[in-house]
Write a protein that binds this ligand. Structure first.
Ligand code: XIL
Length: 380
C-alpha cells in the first residue's frame, strides 16, 4: 500500500476519520452490553474458531464508535474474532492533543469491551512517521527526539500494561527507495536507525509482559521493491536480536492488492523461515485485499480476492511460528480502502476487501481464510 504514503495522507485523515466516526461524541457512553458470546468465539463457528484449531488467533481492527453504536458490527466482532486492535484510538495524534496530556478514553473503551467479552487486545502503534500530533515539531535534535519518543512510549505502554498482549512498537521504518533502506522519518533524521532499539527498550521497561513487534507492509509479493523490503526487514530484525533488544515478533501488515503484483509462494516461505530462524513469532496484522484494479463484477472480484488471500495464507500458515491473522476491519462497510483517492476504485464502487460483505455475510474471502486456517501447520 505504498501509494497512500506517497499521496501523503496525513494526520488530518486520522483525526478526520475519528471525528467523523464520533469518537468525541462517545463521552462516557459504555460500549454495547452485548452478550458474552465472544469469549466463546474460538469455540464457535467464526474465523477465530478455525484459527484456534491449530492454536492461532484471528482478530480485527475496530473503532470504538462502531462497537458502541453499531450492533451489527458488535455482533460480527463477537462472532468472528478473539482479538481486537484499535484502528486509530492508540495513535499519538488521537491520544495526545497537547504535550504530555493524554486522553486514553477511546482505547480504554476498547480495552473494557475486550475484557468484558474475553477478547485479547493488541496495541497499535507506538512509533510511526504518521498520525503524529500537530504540536510535535517535525524537526528535532537527537536529545529532544529521544526524550519525546521515550516519554510517549512510556506513557502509552505503561497505561495499557497488563491489558495489551502485544504492541506494534515501531511501524513502517523501511523505504526501499532509500540508499540505506530506511524511511527518512522524523525519528530517523533525529536519531538514526538507533531509534528502533530505543523504542523497543522503552516499551519493554513500560510493559515487561507485552510481546513487542516490528510492523511493516509490502513484504508478501514478488517485486524488486518487496525483495529489498524483505532483506531490510531481516537486517533490522537480525541486528535487534544480536544486540539483545527486547523484540518478540514481526508484524506483516498484509495489505494485499489483487491483480497488481505476482506472488511467489517459495519466496514468501523462505522469508518467513528466515524470520522464524531469528526465534521470532510472525503475525499478519492488518490484512485486507484491495480490488481497485479488478473489473467491476462482484463475483469476479470476490473470487480473485479470495484466490490471492488463500495463496498467501496457505504459505503463511505453513510456518509454525505464524501465530495468527488480523484483518483491518471485518465487513466491507468498514474498510479504509474507500477513504483515499489513491486506494479507492476509479469507478468509485465500494471495495470488497474484507471477509464479510456490507451486510455482515461471509464472502469467498471468508471461506478462503477458514480453509487456510483449517489446513494450517500446527504451531511450534
Ligand atoms: C489507517 C486507518 O485505517 C485509517 O482510518 C487512517 O485514516 C490512516 O491509518 N498501515 C497502518 C495503519 O499501520 O495504522 C493504517 O491505518 C493503514 C496502513
Amino acid at each position: 500500500m505504498t501509494s497512500h504514503r506517497r499521496a501523503g495522507w496525513t494526520r488530518r485523515s486520522v483525526a478526520a476519520r475519528a471525528a467523523a466516526l464520533g469518537t468525541a461524541a462517545l463521552g462516557t457512553a459504555v460500549l454495547g452490553a452485548a452478550s458474552c458470546r465472544s469469549a466463546l468465539a474460538a469455540q464457535g463457528s467464526g474465523l477465530a474458531s478455525h484459527a484456534a484449531r491449530t492454536g492461532r488467533l484471528f482478530g480485527t481492527a475496530v473503532r470504538s464508535p462502531d462497537l458502541t453504536y453499531n450492533a451489527g458490527t458488535r455482533d460480527e466482532v463477537l462472532r468472528e474474532a478473539s482479538l481486537l486492535v484499535p484502528e486509530y484510538e492508540m495513535k499519538w495524534e488521537i491520544l495526545a492533543k497537547s504535550p504530555g496530556s493524554y486522553d486514553f478514553g477511546g482505547g480504554d473503551r476498547l480495552a473494557a469491551f475486550a475484557e468484558r467479552h474475553g477478547l485479547d487486545l493488541r496495541g497499535h502503534t507506538l512509533v510511526w512517521h504518521l498520525a503524529l500530533p500537530s504540536w510535535l515539531p517535525r524537526q528535532l535534535d537527537a536529545r529532544e527526539a529521544k526524550r519525546l519518543m521515550e516519554e510517549h512510549v512510556t506513557a502509552v505502554a505503561s497505561h495499557y500494561a497488563g491489558r495489551v498482549q502485544s504492541w506494534d512498537v515501531v511501524n513502517e521504518a523501511i523505504d526501499p527507495q532509500a540508499s540505506d533502506g530506511m524511511r527518512t522519518s522524523l525519528w530517523m533524521q533525529a536519531l538514526g536507525p538507533d531509534y528502533i532499539p530505543l523504542a523497543f527498550a522503552a516499551a519493554a521497561r513500560a510493559d515487561p509482559k507485552a510481546k513487542l513487534y516490528y510492523n511493516d507492509y509490502d513484504l508478501e509479493c514478488d517485486t524488486p521493491d518487496q525483495d529489498v523490503r524483505r532483506a531490510k526487514t531481516l537486517e533490522i530484525l537480525t541486528k535487534l536480536r544480536r544486540d539483545g533488544v527486547p523484540i518478540h515478533g514481526l508484524g506483516i501488515q498484509g495489505h494485499l492488492q489483487a491483480g497488481r503484483w505476482p506472488y511467489d509462494a517459495g519466496k514468501f516461505a523462505r522469508f518467513l523461515r528466515a524470520v522464524s530462524a531469528l526465534d521470532l513469532d510472525i503475525l499478519i496484522t492488518e490484512m485486507d485485499v484491495s480490488d481497485r484494479l479488478l473489473p467491476a463484477p462482484e463475483a469476479e472480484r470476490d473470487a480473485t480476492v479470495a484466490g490471492l488471500a488463500g495463496d498467501v495464507l496457505r504459505t503463511f500458515l505453513a510456518e509454525p511460528r505464524a501465530t495468527g491473522v488480523l484483518t483491518w476491519g471485518l465487513s466491507d462497510r468498514q474498510t479504509w480502502l474507500n477513504d483515499l483517492p489513491t486506494h479507492r476504485r476509479t469507478d468509485n464502487l465500494p471495495q470488497r476487501a474484507l471477509p464479510l460483505d456490507r451486510n455482515g455475510r461471509p464472502k469467498p474471502l471468508w471461506t478462503a481464510m477458514a480453509q487456510a486456517f483449517d489446513a494450517a501447520t500446527p504451531m511450534r
